[in-house]
Ligand binder design. Structure first.
Ligand SMILES: [Ca+2]
Length: 346
């Protein structure tokens, strides 16, 4: 983003004030603002695929500089291949894909193949994409990019375990200067967990990494299970995607038809959540979501609460707020947005 645009955008948000430190958390951009520069860290993952299609379809609002991959839903070789696959589906050869961490920081690796399929994507045929990975590691890419970025200019979206971002912050804490906001899918409070009774998968898969992120002092917005489990597919919503009639709509519908089956059975829900895509929905239409500033701590102790996000929702401690915790979203608005956006792809 050009310096001039950045100032113009800030000026609008702040009623003429250029006090960037006073910029509200959340990603509310003026409709005519320059596209938001961002990096998406991801572990595709069926819902990651929908999220990436949505993000890559929104060139007018999101300036996706790179996809960085991490082991999570499946092993790194699959998440990296799947990210390149989505890039090809979305016809975005301009977006580099960097492979990152193959293992979490400390814990034993875990995967979620029973939800996402052995190779990470449900319902569609996987293939080897033509375009290769970018040279270099995702962690180094984050360090190099964020250390030299304009102050508070880059949004980092994490859709999987936060290993890459945590390692980058450990190796060079100065990179925080370039970050406008971290928007993460992860955590659970009111909803309960989806991998243990209290832990959500992304945080449970690398709690030490999320602990680093929550203690970083960076502006953080969290899209937890509390909201994603309220924004569910329905047969009509999936049919609407299929009716778009293009490749992206068919892929999304095929993936979701297979992916939501597990959640509908497991949780007795009328439809399935599309966790990661909800996060991109928040970036595109933040006014559709509600939440509050809270203190979040991650339990990194071995035991039944390992990987739990401990959320002080009612401010019963004096711990300072370190994140915006989203609890409500406009489900129909989100699925309408998804259909409108995917119609722009081929
Ligand atoms: Ca994911």
């Amino acid at each position: 983003m050009a310096r001039r645009n950045f100032l113009t955008q800030s000026g609008k948000l702040l009623g003429g004030s250029l006090l960037l430190s006073a910029m509200p958390m959340g990603s509310a951009l003026a409709a005519d603002a320059a596209p938001l520069p961002l990096i998406i860290d991801t572990d595709p993952g069926a819902d990651d695929v929908i999220a990436l299609l949505l993000a890559l379809s929104a060139r007018d609002q999101l300036d996706v500089r790179a996809l960085t991959t991490v082991a999570g839903n499946v092993q790194l070789s699959y998440t990296s291949r799947n990210a390149r696959m989505v890039r090809e589906w979305a016809n975005r050869p301009d977006v580099p894909v960097y492979a990152g961490s193959a293992r979490p920081m400390l814990r034993t690796p875990i995967y979620a193949a029973e939800v996402h399929g052995a190779e990470g994507v449900t319902g569609v045929k996987v293939f080897e994409p033509k375009q290769p990975l970018a040279e270099g590691n995702a962690v180094q890419y984050l360090i190099d990019t964020l250390a030299s970025a304009k102050p508070k200019s880059m949004t980092i979206v994490t859709l999987g375990p936060q290993t890459n971002l945590a390692l980058a912050l450990i190796q060079n804490p100065q990179i925080g200067q370039g970050i406008r906001e971290v928007v993460m899918m992860g955590g659970a409070h009111f909803n309960g967990g989806n991998i243990t009774p209290v832990a959500e998968f992304n945080v449970f898969a690398d709690p030490h990494a999320s602990d680093v992120v929550f203690k970083s002092g960076l502006p953080i917005t969290v899209i937890p299970l509390d909201v994603t489990h309220k924004m569910l597919t329905s047969p009509e919503r999936i049919a609407h995607l299929r009716k778009i009639g293009n490749q992206a709509g068919k892929i999304a519908a095929d993936i979701l038809d297979a992916y939501v089956e597990h959640d509908i059975k497991q949780y007795g829900l009328p439809g399935g959540p599309v966790h990661d895509a909800t996060t991109i929905g928040y970036l595109l239409r933040p006014e559709m979501f509600k939440g509050r500033m809270v203190n979040v701590e991650v339990d990194t102790r071995e035991g039944p609460t390992f990987g739990q996000t401990v959320v002080d929702y009612y401010h019963v401690t004096q711990r300072p707020a370190n994140a915006r915790w989203i609890t409500e979203g406009d489900a129909q608005g989100f699925f309408d947005l998804l259909a409108t956006r995917l119609a722009r792809l081929s």
